[in-house]
Design a protein around this ligand. Structure first.
Ligand SMILES: [Zn+2]
Length: 423
């Protein structure tokens, strides 16, 4: 199997089975319900792990939780700790609804501070970092490879955090002295403070995967400065670090890249409530992980239709697929994990067993379920149909919510409605 690597700008082969394939994906900063765009690397990491596990690899997936960050301090002055704890719960609940399982490890920044301090101390001892008024900065000039991942020239790189205490505008903070109003801080050789953002991923990946691992994932927006800085921190200490850099394309809203600060903001929880688990997963499948993905009513409606089409296959007799069917599916995934290509392969399948196996890689085996709704739920759905026919949409919405609360989702189809178990 091969995957596109941002560092070399080419396809890189994974090691032979059984590997290991150790994977680290940068997770969210927890200060609010996570954005639907945050789900892209989460889904990709889980699908890749499921595919590799199925193919006899030994995998280990780590996705971190950033629970110390300026955004959290800003969002909850005086109670960043409380907000981060609550938002971590929301994150675990929202992401759990994907039904794709949890990573092998989910380390938190706050739970790894001693490891981060040790790493910073080592960087200082080796001349790659320096202390200034209780802050510690990485000395970018000490690492000649800096800029290789993002392919920027040293003199073109922006000042990441303007600050007169730095030797060089490119230097970035490893440790920040406590500021008034920050409600969490840790003791360190440089006084009380807290780690900068980038060092947590160098420390957590080393702790849970070792100094060298196979795949590092995250959104394309993390290439610079976050991943460039991770490389500088880890490789300066002699750790080979990640072999393959897997950067997913960003989710776009009506053609524009979505940012958390933008008004056109959709939480993952809201996306689940509106579209359901299977439609969302079918939507993520429709694009190549490296490309931007457009989130809109029309792309989600198309994904719902795709899921419905697969569900329909299981309601009709199974037709045995040709012998090479699975190999064609596997070839698409083994070549840079091309899910739209894999989707095109299985689109024609009528073989229940094979289709179930393929859909299950993506957590969509539930499309084969044919559970019948209990009579009470069917009555509610009938009442909703009547309300819709009478154009009483408020009543229809109320009934839809009641059906949802009973664990079922009502979907409007050409023949009327259908009831599917809520994911
Ligand atoms: Zn990271």
């Amino acid at each position: 199997m091969r995957l596109y690597d941002t560092y070399t700008r080419g396809l890189v082969e994974l090691p032979a089975r059984p590997g290991p394939v150790r994977m680290y994906f940068c997770g969210p900063t927890v200060y609010r319900h996570i954005h639907v765009g945050n789900a892209v690397p989460e889904v990709l990491g889980r699908w890749l792990k499921r595919w590799l596990d199925l193919n006899g690899y030994e995998t280990k997936l780590a996705i971190n939780v950033t629970d110390i960050n300026d955004k959290i301090y800003d969002a909850a002055p005086g109670d960043s700790v409380g907000l981060a704890a609550a938002a971590t719960e929301w994150y675990l609940e929202d992401i759990g609804r994907l039904g794709l399982g949890m990573p092998d490890v989910q380390p938190t920044a706050a739970g790894t501070v001693p490891d981060q301090i040790r790493m910073i101390e080592e960087l200082v001892v080796r001349g790659h970092a320096y202390e200034a008024d209780g802050d510690v900065y990485y000395r970018v000039a000490s690492f000649p490879e800096y800029g290789r991942l993002s392919r920027q020239r040293a003199d073109e790189m922006l000042d990441q955090e303007p600050n007169p205490r730095k030797e060089d505008p490119r230097d970035f903070a490893l440790w920040k002295a406590s500021k008034p109003g920050e409600d969490s801080s840790w003791e360190s050789p440089w006084g009380r403070g807290r780690p900068g953002w980038h060092i947590e991923c160098s420390a957590m990946s080393k702790k849970h995967l070792g100094p060298e691992f196979e795949i590092h994932g995250g959104g394309l927006d993390l290439v610079f400065p976050h991943h460039e800085n991770e490389i500088a921190q880890s490789r300066a200490l002699g750790h080979p670090f990640a072999r393959i850099w897997m950067h997913n394309g960003m989710l776009r809203f009506a053609g524009e890249e979505m940012h958390k600060s933008a008004g056109n903001d959709v939480s993952l929880a809201r996306a689940f409530d509106r579209w359901g688990r299977e439609t969302l997963l079918a939507f993520f499948l429709s694009g190549h992980w490296r490309k931007p993905l457009d989130y809109s009513d029309s792309t989600l409606t198309a994904a719902a239709a795709r899921a419905a089409r697969f569900r329909e296959v299981f309601r009709n007799p199974s037709i045995t697929a040709p012998d090479d069917a699975w190999d064609r599916f596997a070839a698409a995934l083994d070549d840079d994990f091309n899910t739209p290509e894999a989707l095109a392969v299985i689109h024609e399948w009528r073989d229940h067993e094979l289709l179930y196996r393929a859909l299950n890689v993506f957590g969509l085996g539930s499309l084969a379920d044919r559970a019948d709704a209990p009579a009470g739920v069917t009555q509610l759905a009938e009442a909703r149909s009547a309300a819709r026919a009478a154009k009483d949409f408020a009543e229809a919405d109320r009934l839809r919510a009641e059906i949802l609360a009973a664990g079922w989702e009502v979907r409007d189809v050409a023949a009327g409605y259908e009831l599917v178990p809520r994911a």
